[in-house]
Design a protein around this ligand. Structure first.
Ligand SMILES: O=C(O)CCC(=O)C(=O)O
Ligand SMILES: [Fe+2]
Length: 240
């Protein structure tokens, strides 16, 4: 992974890489791509994602093997149709994009819905090295790429979920289309632990009544790998 997160020519730290494959069996008018892209110093709203073309043919082997492991791990947990949506047995309709985001402690990502015109349903996110709280907020009103402000509309419905290192999150249906997801920029997260010691964020524990089962987990460096389906035409450079 180090190869993707070097400094660019101006010395700016690169913290985002995007890799693309072509769908198996696609007639393929667009270029196959597999390349790294720079992000801003803090991963920004997905709407500003850059794309760089290269010439390789598919996702790199470590990501293919990660996908294979994810398919096995998620098989007993997910409803059969969701598993099929994420891991179609043959000839997927769409190409996958993998986005790698490297967060220094304290960094986050603004609340957003992943671009509706670029990505399909079925998103998988994996957290490595460190955890963080991901916050979900219900989108109010129309939500499409032409009305991104809908994502910022205030709402009472907010949930915070702690994503420990090595955890997997799957977003489909409403979770993908009707809720924003984001990571607050802060140095750590208050987390309530369940009986098995797994974390669940709860802002309420920030007050004086701190439950003995709650704790502050300082953020460390976190790498997230997100797999998404590219919609037709979305894999054409400049076509976003
Ligand atoms: O870091 C994460 O887990 C979220 C990344 C994300 O939402 C995105 O790249 O669109
Ligand atoms: Fe996202």
């Amino acid at each position: 992974m180090e190869q993707y997160f070097v400094e660019d020519r101006s010395g700016k730290r690169i913290n985002q890489a995007m890799l693309f494959e072509r769908a198996k069996g696609a007639s393929g008018s667009s270029e196959e791509r597999h390349g790294a892209a720079t992000g801003s110093s803090v991963p920004a709203n997905a709407a500003s994602e850059p794309i760089f073309p290269t010439s390789a043919t598919s996702l790199p082997p470590p990501l293919l093997s990660l996908l294979d492991s994810l398919s096995h791990i998620l098989k007993p947990t997910l409803p059969a149709e969701t598993h099929k949506l994420l891991f179609p047995s043959s000839h997927p309709l769409h190409a996958r994009q993998a986005i790698l985001n490297l967060y220094a402690p304290g960094e986050g990502i603004s609340p957003h819905v992943d671009l509706l015109r670029r990505f399909g349903d079925g998103i998988i996110g994996v957290s490595f090295y460190g955890g963080c709280v991901m916050q979900f907020e219900r989108v109010q009103g129309e939500n499409d790429d032409a009305h991104p402000e809908a994502s910022d509309a205030p709402t009472e419905e907010i949930y915070s979920v702690y994503l420990p290192q090595n955890s997997i999150i799957v977003l489909t249906g409403d979770a993908r289309y009707r809720w924003t997801h984001g990571i607050a920029r802060r140095d750590g997260d208050w987390v309530l632990f369940d009986a098995e010691g797994k974390g669940e964020d709860d802002d309420a524990v920030c007050g004086t009544e701190v439950s003995p089962r709650a704790g502050w987990i300082p953020r460390s460096t976190r790498l997230s790998i997100t797999f998404r389906w590219l919609l037709p035409g979305a894999d054409i450079v400049g076509g976003g």
